[in-house]
Design a protein around this ligand. Sequence first.
Ligand SMILES: Cc1ncc(C[n+]2csc(CCOP(=O)(O)OP(=O)(O)O)c2C)c(N)n1
Ligand SMILES: [Mg+2]
Length: 554
Amino acid sequence: MPTIPIYQALANAFVAEGADTLFVLTGDGNMHWEVALSAHAGVRSFHVRHEHCACAMASAYAIASGKVGLASVTCGPGLTQIMTALATAAQAHIPLVVFAGETPMHTAWYNQHIDQAPLVTACGAHYIASHSPVQMLNQVRNAFFIARTRRQPVVIGVPLDLQQQLVEADAEYLPSTAFMPDTGPMAAHPAYVAKAAALVDAAQRIVVIGGRGVVEAGARQACEELADRTGALLASTLPVRGLFDHHPHSLGVAGGFSHRIARERFGRADLVIAVGASLTSYTVDGGALFPNATVLQIDTAPNGLPHGRKGADHVLRCDAREGVQALLDALAPEARATPGWRTDDLAAQMAGPADVVEYAAEAGRHDPRAVMAALDAAIPKDWEIVNSSGHCSFFSAQMRGRSADHFLAIREFGAIGNGLSYAAGLAAARPGRPVVLIDGDGGLMMHIQELETLRRHGLQILICVLNDGAFGSEIHKLRADGLSDHGATFGRGDLGAIARGFGLNGEVVDDLGRVPALLEAYGRHDRTTIWDFPVSDRVVSPPMRKTMARQRAR
Ligand SMILES: Cc1ncc(C[n+]2csc(CCOP(=O)(O)OP(=O)(O)O)c2C)c(N)n1
Ligand SMILES: [Mg+2]
């Protein structure tokens, strides 16, 4: 009977599961497996400089490709590096499989040993200690099955000495997809549809908020039809920003990042219909966004207590498209409108600035809002945009008229330092597509080493940095508490020079009038480029102003 090493059999099983793109940093615990996997035709491996970034890139890859993301790290210190990315993937429900080595089973001592399972499970991910040569391939299938069906990251740990044992070469492997139950879309219960229709009939000022579930179920047009029939306004959650931007009655993003006009409308809404949206604290702005509205939720997994707050008043537990269509069928066929709700000037108002508070101009420093307006005007509407975290993310969230299909933001767990990785994962998933990352200086510097990965792998990203020379989120809060901002203020440096040091392009952009010409030049080469925009650290975003006001009131 022909035999092969377990690492080879495992690599074959991963390929059978559809693995085509790996983000990896190698060590003793995963190098044989990685080389065996990469030897398969059609598998690409991105070799990164920090394990966290492998995991974060695989997360963005999963979202941008619709596949299971795949990362690999070595045992011990390789595994401990990915805690932040794992916790983020768990909270964001990202299907991810991480192949991790484990220290050898048959030695008395190994310097990299640590109990890996509790670290992984503490992050909300699933751990499979794969210690049985007989069960090993079944465990790969389980890992992918859990990732796909629970949308949960899974780490599979295989002791490195076990990986060298021989197993039968021709073992049959049926991938996890062969076991996925085909249930069809979840339909709404008729009695609940009737109650929902009564709520809609009784309402005057409705806002329909679409979330990820709308995109997944292909329910965008049905949502627009529901809004047009009931005279409702439309909005989206941040992760699917732009979902309804083409519609004249769209309020853009719902939540703490809402436009000032949207906030005013939400304040008057008497019914919010949340479709495929889990009513997170972000979407409802901590409960402050629509205090006067009854909430109807259409979702496959409605949660009555999201983020510790009451969820919806009434739910339709079903697929987004099924639910909206059932509601449309139950409502009167005639379109209705409430005077003063859908107004002709709404689109023009929404095209204006999201925030109009004035700040004194500072010599040599841009207003971040002006930077974003210049970028929004110059960057083609169909380019891929990646948003990062930090104070600057309010400003970068305000770009308009861009489809949700070309936007990526992972905000769960609230970690900075992921922008480069998310942009790289997206670029890997969508070769040939132009990718723009908008990041803060602090977040970018946290994993700046990945510029080298981008260069080596030929991934081209336009990185626009709102450089306030600080951990902006921190300095504003420190100042509000009357504390020194010294420890969070770093100076602006020259991030363009850092890019050039990595063999890439970059420069400080002092004059926003140059943006169109710079963009043209960017299109003529194939290198990742940093545009470093020095911005004022005195311009404060609306959500940060609210935080500061709360602090001062303490
Ligand atoms: C991993 C991690 N460390 C620390 C923080 C706390 N934190 C939140 S925002 C922020 C500053 C980010 O700075 P930058 O990327 O420059 O964006 P800015 O806030 O200045 O716009 C920090 C340190 C965090 N959220 N995540
Ligand atoms: Mg900053």
